[in-house]
Design a protein around this ligand. Structure first.
Ligand SMILES: C=C(O[C@@H]1C=C(C(=O)O)C=C[C@H]1O)C(=O)O
Length: 371
């Protein structure tokens, strides 16, 4: 299928108020779509269904499924669209927003001093004027600008229109093998991956790694955890450890343990969540929730570079799940782009720096909003 046809299917689906998702996995050359046949609102209870799942931060009853059995699928090669991407955006941040966020972070730091809270991830939502019918152009720019992110555009007429380019895997499963990551700590990218990390960032990333390791241990054989490495996400750097193993429990059991991780909520999880719900003055909805392919069949052909063509006939078909944390995302609503950004607060946080971090993260979306 040609790229233009692919995008016009998506446009028609949106014009007809029908649910869809279009997405490209990290470092993949294909962009895929699931176009639902009706506007029914499906959900998944046990994560055994096949399709594309879209789950919120907090209320699991709002988990939406685009079921494979009620959708048409499309796939297309995505090689750079050669968009004119030179626009430097001049969207200024607001002083009141800054004061509100700095106060919130200050309150978080004080709570960490008083209670046994170790880390809390605090966020905000910034509204930018943006015409809804420009969403495809923003999606194309996300695809082009962030090749190693999971880039998506998700729509349901009864829920909303969301776009994002997230660097964070929640869980990848192929058969019973799984991979996840502990991603935390942020600094701006300045032409090099050879950077030093402060204790604050190292600690907050280690909290996440330790938490993931301890909560998965009872359900995993051959658990392996790598040293934290610097990774690049757009113009931002993070610290990342990879975690992998073989699961001896259901996906649902693991998701209940993993979501929300201390990377997007805090530690201890319940205390951090209570602090967030009480003190963030808006509803995160699907930001810091998760999304992705659920139990879909994937065919991998082996030996494709061998001369012996008979070997090329060997295919392995596996059930795979590829879920990502919904970060670096926005909701398009009432001709506004609502950009969601946050960061991990520890006892060593400096409120002004935490504000700067959210400004820098918001750039990931602002870059694609200008025409
Ligand atoms: C909460 C966000 O990102 C998370 C928080 C990070 C941090 O505190 O350094 C880094 C990556 C993510 O795990 C966000 O992007 O909004």
């Amino acid at each position: 299928m040609f790229l233009e046809d692919f995008f016009s299917h998506i446009k028609n689906q949106y014009t007809n108020n029908l649910p869809f998702v279009a997405y490209r996995k990290p470092n993949d050359s294909r962009v895929k779509a699931m176009l639902q046949n009706t506007d029914a609102l499906y959900s998944t209870q046990g994560f055994e269904d096949k399709g594309f799942v879209f789950a919120p931060f907090e209320d699991s009853s709002q988990t939406v499924l685009i079921p494979l059995e009620h959708s048409e699928t499309k796939c297309c090669d995505f090689n750079s669209l050669l968009l004119n991407n030179s626009s430097q955006n001049q969207i200024k941040t607001d002083e009141t927003d800054k004061r509100t966020h700095v106060n919130l972070v200050q309150k978080g730091i004080e709570s960490i001093g008083m209670k046994h809270l170790q880390k809390v991830v605090l966020s905000r939502c910034e509204a930018i004027p943006f015409s809804e019918n420009q969403f495809l152009s923003a999606f194309k720019k996300l695809l082009q600008n962030y090749p190693n992110a999971f880039v998506y555009c998700w729509y349901h007429p009864k829920v909303g229109l969301w776009l994002g380019a997230t660097p964070e895997t929640l869980i990848h499963m192929s058969g019973n093998r799984f991979k996840t990551m502990a991603l935390a700590g942020t600094q701006s990218y300045k032409d090099s991956l050879e950077v030093t990390w402060n204790t604050k960032e190292k600690d907050e990333q280690q909290f996440v790694t330790d938490y993931i390791e301890s909560c998965l241990k009872p359900y995993v054989n051959h658990l392996s955890v790598t040293e934290a490495k610097t990774v690049k996400a757009g113009h931002i750097l993070h610290l990342q450890s990879n975690v992998s193993g073989v699961l001896n429990a259901s996906l649902h059991t693991i998701l209940k343990k993993l979501h929300p991780t201390p990377a997007v909520c805090g530690l201890p999880v319940n205390e951090a969540k209570a602090f967030i719900l009480e003190n963030e003055s808006y509803n995160r909805e699907y930001y810091t929730g998760f999304l992705g392919e659920l139990n879909v069949m994937e065919t991998t052909s082996r030996n494709t570079n061998r001369r012996n063509v008979e070997n090329n006939a060997y295919h392995s078909v596996k059930t795979v799940t590829n879920l990502f944390v919904n970060l670096r995302c926005m909701q398009i609503k009432n001709n506004q782009a609502l950009i969601y950004v946050g960061g991990g607060i520890t006892k060593d946080s400096i409120p002004e720096h935490e504000w700067d971090e959210t400004v820098s993260k918001a750039e990931t979306m602002k870059q694609v909003l200008m025409s």
